[in-house]
Design a protein around this ligand. Sequence first.
Ligand code: HPA
Length: 238
Amino acid sequence: MSTPHNHAKPGDYAEAVLLPGDPLRAKWIAENFFEAPRQVNSVRNCLGFTGTWKGKPVSVQATGMGQPSLGIYVHELINVYGTKTLIRVGTCGGLNARVKVRDLVLAQAATTDSGIVKDRFGPYNFAPVADFGLLRAAADKAEARGFRYHAGNMLSSDIFYHREPGLEGYGALLDHGVIGVEMEAAALYMLAARFGVKALTVCTMTDCLITHQEISADERQSSLKEMVELALDVAVGA
Ligand code: HPA
């Protein structure tokens, strides 16, 4: 059985899947890091690949941008393809001057403005959180490799272009220690919780909304490589 968004067959994905937003990044990961990569999905050009890393099966599936798009791929990966470990590899904006361009941000938790989380918990504000084992493994590996990293609260926003200029669109979040902004982690964590699987989001900070520092093209490529290698090691337990 395939799905409207994915023509892979059950068994085509490994139990551990990396999730970049960008389809060409999924292809780049498969071609540059996987041993024996094979393409398993191309519907809507939202590319998916399976191969091995350090001899262990692993897949990569692009999610597109934003929580509705990620939600479709993640729901199907878990419920149709049997995925057990999902690691988003992405970029984030910085919301704290302590976080420098190139630093790794591990989304320990994800705050969101999205209805995708809001409408399901009655009077409760559900707190989407990373799997602790994956988070600990990522932090340990970042530490061992001498990477600058931060574990903290990520904002997963449905809005890239806020109506309010500058930082105003982020309201009280800055005062409450939110360290970065991206557009997918909260939905990933909520779905992982719902279906009893493990998830983590690892981001490279590429543009600081406080200092307006931005990553260079060279830095983007090298930090991406380090992040992908770390995420693959965490994914397969290497
Ligand atoms: N906002 C949302 N997502 C992002 C950003 C941002 O500033 N930078 C990288 N991903």
